[in-house]
Design a protein around this ligand. Structure first.
Ligand code: NAD
Length: 269
């Protein structure tokens, strides 16, 4: 492996994919090996200039990864439909796999765990530092205030496909862990009509969609007479892209296994 980490971006015409490509082009530790777009994309075989202006590069958008292209890590921000092919490509090339795709089915998560026996794998619902801190804080608050109610509000842009967001689900998961309860038994995704009083221990989700909101999450911990709200607001996709690239550089030199973004931020020992 050369000093620079060779990064292949999967889904590079998308909102997140473009942010990751830009982060790689600006990085001193990584090199853009290939910018993959979906078959039939209008950007196929077009120079990167068409999207990224005058940054230094000599790579075109492409619909396939040339076998001779050096590759250390594949970064996927495509979507659940393309995810299987992205993982298969990383396995075929035996390279590290970083994915931020949300809305994955259980079978897809299981396939990623199986792949981790062969390649290093890191998936995160959210690659921002602020949300990583929010996750840690949420777990701690839930541990310290197990009797308080907790509900989660999220808002995203109008074109988001999955709901609640992967980040909201991950926050619900850590709150349930902090409470020592099973998330699947506590999550409530809809309330409509005569639903009656809130059941103890429920973790309710409220989902808002509109405009160009990059991503906002609020945890509301409440009890009689007081309420604690923890909010994270993302105003730029660059935060996710930088986090995903840091994860990719960290992962590229690891042994096969399943890793978390928390490990990237605070490596053990
Ligand atoms: P998007 O629709 O803008 O981008 C997805 C791109 O993938 C599109 O350009 C699409 O053409 C492309 N694609 C589809 N099939 C492909 C294929 N076979 N090969 C190559 N490219 C293919 O979506 P987005 O807003 O960029 O979000 C992408 C994913 O990332 C979503 O699941 C979203 O929820 C998630 N996301 C994660 C984080 C995080 O930090 N983990 C942050 C933001 C978004």
């Amino acid at each position: 492996m050369s000093e620079l980490v060779n990064v292949v971006v999967y889904g590079s015409a998308g909102r997140m994919g473009q942010a990751v490509v830009r982060a790689v082009l600006e990085s001193k530790q990584a090199r853009l090996a290939c910018a993959l777009v979906r078959p039939g994309s209008g950007l196929a075989d077009e120079p990167l200039e068409r999207v990224f202006g005058a940054l230094p590069r000599n790579v075109d958008f492409s619909t396939s990864l040339d076998p001779d292209t050096p590759c250390d890590v594949l970064v996927d921000f495509s979507g659940p439909v393309a995810f299987d092919a992205a993982l298969a490509l990383a396995l075929e090339r035996r390279v590290a796999f970083v994915s931020g795709t949300t809305g994955l089915r259980d079978e897809q998560r299981a396939a990623m765990e199986r792949a981790a026996q062969t390649i290093p794998v890191l998936w995160a619902a959210n690659f921002s530092l602020g949300v990583a801190m929010l996750m840690r804080t949420a777990r701690r608050v839930a541990e310290l205030l197990p009797d308080w109610d907790c509900e989660i509000i999220e808002m995203h842009h109008s074109r988001k496909q999955d709901a609640p967001s992967g980040t909201a689900l991950a926050l619900g998961q850590v709150v349930a862990e902090g409470h020592g309860s099973a998330f699947a038994e506590r999550a409530v995704f809809a309330r409509h009509g005569q639903v009656g009083p809130r059941k103890e221990g429920e973790i309710g989700f409220a989902v808002l969609r509109g405009g160009d909101v990059v991503g906002e999450h609020t945890l509301v911990f409440s009890t009689a007479g007081e309420r604690l709200e923890l909010t994270h607001r993302a105003t730029s996709r660059d935060i996710f892209a930088r986090g995903a690239l840091a994860a990719a550089i960290w992962l590229a030199r690891r042994a096969p296994g399943s890793y978390t973004f928390d490990q990237v931020l605070a490596p053990p020992g």
